[in-house]
Design a protein around this ligand. Structure first.
Ligand code: SF4
Length: 56
């Protein structure tokens, strides 16, 4: 699948999947996690993409 690069990614982690939502979601989904765009600005900066971090 060709992933179209998005400009509005909020992820601050240096990552080659930044803006490539289909690759980013697949990566975190496999790990039981959520992508950066689920998190507030403050939580995003922790780089903890766990569902538990999302819920608390
Ligand atoms: S959320 Fe994860 S996979 Fe997506 S750009 Fe950020 S670090 Fe990379």
């Amino acid at each position: 699948m060709t992933c179209k690069k998005q400009k509005d990614c909020n992820c601050s982690y240096p990552c080659d999947k930044k803006g490539l939502c289909c690759e980013c979601i697949a990566y975190h989904r496999k790990r039981g996690e959520l992508p950066a765009c689920y998190f507030s600005e403050e939580k995003e900066k922790t780089y903890d993409r766990s569902i538990s971090n999302y819920l608390h």
